[in-house]
Design a protein around this ligand. Structure first.
Ligand code: FES
Length: 91
């Protein structure tokens, strides 16, 4: 079990290993911007994730193409494998 901290909401969520981060956020009533429903192509779900970890190839391509902010990740492409701190610009 991992801890997912959401400082803007003063919230800490518990997450099983390999749980998708976007699914976890939505299940906990936190809004996640998306127009591709988690397919990794719109980049609207980009959030600041600490520690950053390694993006997959699709995520790298999408973030480069859409000129995403540095130090952000696509939450739909993250399968939780450590404690994380998550911040979204619209929370
Ligand atoms: S929801 Fe579209 S890239 Fe994540």
């Amino acid at each position: 079990m991992f801890k997912i901290s959401i400082p803007q909401k003063n919230l800490v969520l518990n997450a099983e290993a390999n749980k998708n981060l976007m699914d976890l956020l939505i299940e906990n009533k936190l809004p996640v911007a998306s127009s591709c429903l988690g397919e990794g192509i719109c980049s609207k779900c980009a959030m600041q994730i600490t520690p950053e970890g390694q993006p997959n190839d699709l995520e790298k391509r999408t973030m480069e193409k859409n000129k995403c902010e540095p130090h952000h990740r696509l939450c739909c492409q993250i399968f939780i494998s450590s404690d994380l701190t998550v911040r979204a610009s619209y929370w």
